[in-house]
Design a protein around this ligand. Structure first.
Ligand SMILES: O=C(O)CC1=CCC(=O)O1
Length: 96
C-alpha cells in the first residue's frame, strides 16, 4: 500500500547541538536504508518549510506505524498520513 506522509519537523531550539547532530545523522541513515530497500519511494523537501513529503510503500497501517514511530526524529515531528490508491486515469505503470 502507498501512503503520502507529510512530516513537519519541530526540533526544540534548546536541544544540545551534539544531540541534534546525532539525531539528524541517524534519521538520514534510517531513511536512506529504507529508500534503498524500496520502502521509502520518494522524499521531497517542501519549499520554504522544515518539512518533507514522502511516499512510502508498505504492507499495511501497522507496518507504516512501526516505521514512522522508529524514526529518530519521531518525537520532534508532526506527521500527517494519507493512504493512496491508483487513480483510474493514471498512465504510469509504477505508481500502484
Ligand atoms: O529533514 C526532514 O525532512 C526529516 C527527515 C525525514 C527523513 C529524513 O531523512 O529527514
Amino acid at each position: 500500500m502507498l501512503y503520502h506522509v507529510f512530516m513537519d519537523v519541530k526540533i526544540p531550539r534548546d536541544l544540545p547541538a551534539e544531540e541534534r547532530a546525532d539525531i539528524l545523522a541517524r534519521e538520514k541513515a534510517y531513511s536512506q536504508d529504507l529508500q534503498r530497500q524500496g520502502t521509502w519511494r520518494h522524499i521531497w523537501r517542501v519549499a520554504g518549510q522544515y518539512a518533507n513529503v514522502s511516499i512510502l510503500d508498505v504492507r499495511d497501517n501497522a507496518e507504516l506505524h512501526q516505521i514512522l514511530s522508529a524514526l529518530p526524529l519521531f518525537p520532534f515531528m508532526q506527521i500527517t498520513v494519507t493512504p493512496l490508491l491508483r487513480h483510474p486515469s493514471a498512465i504510469r505503470g509504477d505508481d500502484s
